[in-house]
Design a protein around this ligand. Structure first.
Ligand SMILES: [Zn+2]
Length: 383
């Protein structure tokens, strides 16, 4: 069945991409947006504070202030969609054997192994559930069949979510990294909001609050790069929005009007870093210097080929290991792979293999970087 739907997926992907990207790309022909903005913020001494600058906007749109960035152009996108050969999906049997989906044992989490343990569950793609310091946090929640404005076209799942929103334990906070459809899913946001209401806090990038409140979310905390907010007045857990090299778009005319980034969740016992979706940039060393070390990081390892198109916006597994080292993570979970057909050209089982290989080459200990099955839980005990 999977093989049979492959051609349809490619057509859907091409149509969906063009539908979304064409008008927006015509709008951003501004050369300021086509090139990297030179890092004025880097001048004036290499102290941590000199780097921890708020986001930058040009002509009403946020920009990436690093020389490692180039915006995805229209020509490149057309070449990517129409000329790059996409690998065919393996058979359903092979996918099921190599990417099993297991029901998460939330009972085990609710019993709470010990107050100092950090527990994590990979729900799929960039959706990760983390329990630490008395809070349950969800990252970029998506449970829908497609990551698209509509459910009849656009990138489709080849692995189902391991649980429904109804089956989740009580969620205290959600962090959103950016507005692309595979990270900000309207149906999932609405369902989470219906279930948890104002007891759920949404930590979101600058420019997204009005969208969140329009869909009914009550407790929305909108943040700029390096801004810090406690979970609540009594809480000892702090949320910090930190940079990432990426971009935002949901409609023809909203390119980069909302900020993108990564999240640090800093408790008195555990520290968690969520990279969101990102190309490699120097911000990660600064994040490590200012907020590291982390007990756990979740870093993207998929959707990285072809490099000529993907490199500015998506790290490859080798760079994911670099980020693991930059932010000073004790353990890193590889995310953003093995769930949706995102139209990238690497074979679907390749990301974890390259991730492990590159960690070994870098001399990391076995298990320091890892992947989980969909729905699998990992407990990280304090030393
Ligand atoms: Zn993504």
């Amino acid at each position: 069945m999977v093989k049979g739907i492959h051609a349809r997926n490619i057509c859907a992907l091409a149509a969906g991409s063009l539908l979304l990207y064409f008008p927006g790309q015509i709008l951003i022909q501004d050369t300021l947006l086509k090139q990297a903005v030179q890092p004025e913020m880097a001048e004036g001494g290499d102290t941590v504070q000199s780097w921890c600058q708020p986001s930058v906007k040009r002509h009403g749109r946020f920009v990436n202030p690093w020389a490692t960035w180039t915006a995805p152009g229209l020509g490149g996108l057309m070449k990517m969609v129409f000329k790059e050969k996409k690998p065919s999906l393996p058979t359903t049997e092979e996918i099921e054997a190599r990417l099993p989906v297991i029901k998460p044992d939330f009972e085990c989490l609710s019993k709470g192994p010990s107050p100092t343990t950090l527990s994590t569950v990979w729900i799929g793609h960039a959706t990760v559930l983390v329990q630490m310091d008395g809070l349950t946090i969800l990252t970029d929640p998506i449970f829908s069949d497609r990551c698209s404005p509509v459910q009849f076209i656009g990138p489709r799942r080849y692995r189902p979510p391991p649980c429904s929103i109804e089956e989740l334990p009580k969620i205290d906070a959600v962090v959103i990294s950016h507005t692309h459809y595979d990270h900000l899913d309207l149906t999932s946001v609405k369902k989470l909001n219906e279930r948890f209401g104002p007891s759920l806090k949404w930590f979101v990038p600058l420019g997204l609050k009005s969208w969140m409140t329009d869909v009914g979310c009550a407790e929305v905390i909108e943040m700029d790069w390096w801004q810090e907010e406690p979970y609540s007045e009594e809480s000892n857990v702090k949320f910090v929005f930190t940079p990432a090299q990426h971009w935002c778009k949901r409609t023809a005319f909203d390119t980069d009007k909302v900020l993108w980034g990564s999240w640090c969740v800093l408790g008195s016992t555990n520290r968690f870093f969520f990279a969101g979706d990102t190309g490699y940039c120097e911000a990660f060393k600064q994040i490590g210097r200012k907020h590291g070390p982390f007990d756990l990081a979740a870093i993207p390892i998929g959707a990285y080929c072809p490099r000529w198109f993907m490199a500015p916006q998506h790290v490859d597994p080798v760079q994911a290991v670099d980020i693991h080292c930059d932010v000073k993570a004790r353990y890193t979970l590889g995310i953003h792979w093995g769930t949706y057909n995102m139209g990238s050209t690497e074979p679907i089982f390749e990301p974890p293999e390259k991730f492990a290989e590159s960690a070994k080459q870098k001399g990391l200990e076995e298990g320091e970087v890892f992947v989980l099955k969909h729905g699998e839980i990992k407990l990280i005990e304090k030393d």
